[in-house]
Design a protein around this ligand. Structure first.
Ligand SMILES: [Zn+2]
Length: 284
């Protein structure tokens, strides 16, 4: 009993130390914080949204009752700066906190074969399907940098399938690869464009997209915080329609038999040809 209390205290203290450290680093960055003031323009320009989310979390923790009435004394400068940060970010706090959970950089972090070209297996870059609409604030737009909006293709295959020129191909590829996860992202995209996102959306519980846009698990397209760290396109619930779209876009339906076999081999390598397991544990 006593032991676990000590452990909780220790954990909270470490959290606080980390938070104060974040604020201290913020204060010493001359581009964003000058003469005791936050430069909002350069804050948006120089700090990526997911880091701004972390900063907001730290500021919220430092100014929380738990800390203010607690047994630790927080440097008063850190409290003042935290309040400034919360004020400067007031319009976007929930979106930034969602970004801190789900918008971190992920390219190059998946197993190599899952970042290889989906068509030929060579070295690839991630190519994005939905473009960021003009005027969409980056506090929302980070969702379009998620893997669910991208497909790894090498430069040669990008040309062969006409990824840049044909919108239909872009949709087929990203939809086929990500199945219900792209469908959910796309529903969010349409809703944000039409300004009809559900009022009740809890970005804390569902950082990626509203609960009703996806299913209950990773494979079915859930946007829950449990499934929000970026992951490769494995264990996706794909239907025959998704496979048909992939085949169509990759030219497998038209390809000569020899090529078809080669691409088919790559499909198996990427474990795209069937959903490989039913387990849905977060953070494998
Ligand atoms: Zn390729």
């Amino acid at each position: 009993m006593g032991g676990s209390l000590v452990a909780v205290n220790e954990m909270m203290f470490q959290l606080l130390l980390g938070a104060v450290d974040d604020i201290r680093r913020f204060r010493s960055s001359r581009t964003v914080y000058r003469n005791g003031k936050i430069d909002q323009g350069s804050l948006r320009k120089h700090i990526p949204v997911w880091e701004r989310g972390k900063l907001v979390n730290s500021a919220a923790y430092i100014t929380s009752e738990m800390v203010m009435d607690g047994k630790w004394s927080v440097p008063s400068g850190a409290v003042a700066i935290s309040r400034q940060i919360l004020k400067a970010e007031a319009d976007y706090i929930e979106e930034l906190q969602a970004a801190s959970a789900a918008g971190m950089p992920w390219r190059g972090t998946f197993p190599k074969q899952l970042e290889a070209c989906v068509r030929c297996g060579e070295n690839a870059s991630w190519r994005f399907a939905l473009k960021v609409p003009e005027g969409m604030p980056e506090e929302y737009a980070w969702r379009l940098s998620r893997p669910e909006n991208a497909v790894p293709l090498c430069r040669r295959c990008e040309c062969v399938v006409k990824f840049k020129k044909q919108e239909g191909t872009r949709y087929d590829l990203v939809w086929g690869l990500w199945g219900p996860r792209f469908e959910a992202l796309h529903r969010w995209y349409l809703a944000v464009m039409n300004n009809n996102l559900p009022e009740s959306w809890s970005r804390e519980d569902y950082p990626l997209w509203p609960e009703e846009y996806g299913g209950r698990s990773w494979r079915e397209g859930s946007g829950s915080y449990v499934y929000c760290s970026p992951r490769p396109p494995r264990d996706i619930a794909r239907s025959a329609a998704h496979f048909a779209a992939l085949n169509r876009a990759l030219g497998m339906a038209r390809a000569k038999r020899k090529c078809r076999e080669r691409f088919g081999q790559n499909f198996s390598l990427l474990q795209l040809d069937c959903s490989i397991s039913d387990s849905d544990e977060p953070g494998d």
